[in-house]
Write a protein that binds this ligand. Sequence first.
Ligand code: BDP
Length: 710
Amino acid sequence: ETGADAWLRYAALDAAAARRYVNTLPPVVVVLGNSPVEQTAQRELIRGIRGMLGVTLRVSSTVPAEGAIVLGLDPAVRKAVPGTPAGNPLAEDGYALSLRTAGTARHLSIAGGSERGVLYGTFALLRKIALGEAMEALNEHSAPYAPVRWVNHWDNLDGTIERGYGGRSIFWDKGVVREDLSRVSEYGRLLASLGINGCSINNVNTDPRILTAEYLPQIARIAEAFRPWGVRLVLSVDFGSPQRVGGLATFDPLDAGVAAWWKAKTDELYRAVPDLAGLLLKADSEGRIGPSAYGRTHADAANVIARALKPHGGLFFYRGFVYDHHMDWRNLKNDRARAAYDNFNRLDGQFDDNVVIQIKHGPIDFQVREPASPLFGALEHTNQAIELQVTQEYFGQARQLVFLVPMWKEALDFDMQARGAGTPVKALVAGKVFQRPTGGFVGVSNVGLDANWLGNHMSQANLYGYGRLAWNPDLTSQQIAAEWTRLTFGNDPQVVQTIESLQLKSWRVFEDYTGPLGLQTLTDIVGNHYGVSVEASERNGWGQWHRSDEKGAGMDRTVATGTGYAGQYRPAVAKRYESLATCPDELLLFFHHVPYTHMLHSGKTVIQTLYDLHYDGAVSVEGYVNSWKLLKGRVDERRYAEVLAQLEYHAGQAQVWRDAVNNWFHRASGIADAKGRVGHQPGRIEAEAMTLEGYAETPVTPWEGGSGGK
Ligand code: BDP
């Protein structure tokens, strides 16, 4: 298997299970509406049933007396299926599945609160069958947790993808939209199966040409490929567009000509793509221009574009990822973590109702462990969405196995105490706490043309998990891992148990051998964000620091003696992080600077914990290889071999990280490892110890990047 079908393989069930479903399900399908999305639902149902049960549903235009699987909008289904009890209307995009028997007739209805709901209900039914769930007493209602369930792509018009690890763009090639968009429709299918309803197709570091007339018909083709799957198009825009492509003298958001330009441009976009979901902007960040060029606020900037979108029902997403990337790392008061809150909190109440502030889940940038961004708890009069990164930029870039759902769950479930206890981030972003008109979830997904989409079979679990959480953030990590594994690799209990357990522990293991205790990902943050580099994770202008030196480690972000970041949380949360006594070990060095001999709540010193976790982490990854090998013959050969190769590489990488980080902290602290391991680098063969033909020894920079500095 190539992995192209991801979790929608519809592999044949074993004969007994298939027979059970064939006996329960009506053999006829009727679709009541003729919208493209409902037609898609019918085709998908036929495809899934044929794949899993080996039977082809008969298509009928009317509901036969002996019963049928009936698909349609809620009111239409109630009318068509005899005896359907009246109930509350379904939520938009929600669905209801039910099986009803009357005499010899049997009706299975898939009713949607919208056309999308019909499609989502169909996928839900197929998922149940693939998972072997009982159908006899089927009666289920499901509604999405939030209206916004989008993905973003950081694809460049030349076909490369910023932070993409699964091949070239499925949308773009050599400056134009690809001729063949079949991969885009397949992707639309994957997204729809999760209930994702919006997708941006170009990098937030935007090429302004996207808004020129030449691109409109091309963009319209992508919208067309997505439309049958209920996925609406989103574009990233450049804030300088009125000047750069519009030829105006200014892009000042308060200039009447600029406002008129955005309005005319937006009208033109909607003529080409009438169901455009909205626009997205990264401004005043990492070299992107923004309102600061004219001394205007982010609200001025957001509202001018939002007002142009408003008559079309479009949303405007303004990224909260705004910070100064030219900070002096020697200034102990400089703190990038403060930036989102400092920039946006004071503007709360000034954004129009169709503006959404898109906030990364932590205050820095997708690091291995960050507290949830305090901005979620601060905005009361502004729509917000949480941005989660599906593409594994700081997480081994699809070469290492890291299942991100447990990390996202911690952020989503974190109680911001925004109105006393009981206001988790998920409820805040969905607009449930302060009764906002919209909000929700955005995943940076960055799939590519690789057969398996993400460059690694196991990484698909992150896309799946993101989508499932966006629909229902109350699902547990374990439920999601189990579902994904069974849909992707089948129901063999040993396979399920092994893969589920690898996935579930993988984030913590990754944290252990990279940057535990709140140190973050100790990588070259100006470069590729992949390999270990403790030096470069500190001495840079981009503000991702941890302040480790000879005396101790950690960044003092307290109000009392540090940058004051802890004070951006509501008092109850701020108090917990402010105090060494109550700050959790896993975030200690994110909030406090302590000596290496500081005793953790666990009863162990910081330095010994760093050493131990790095050894434990590397041992765990070696264990991945061993458990995977036991699946030989139980997983199809191609995927077995590809995952094995990746895990073996991963095990080596974990050792490289282990030794580099431990050597660095050993040299910095001058404190020996109580177990005497540091410096010995078990499992590795030094090139310096080999006979070198055609190679020479040389010192490397940073020194910890080479074992023994060479
Ligand atoms: C960082 C990425 C960079 C993105 C930026 C963003 O390294 O490529 O442009 O985030 O989110 O994590 O805008």
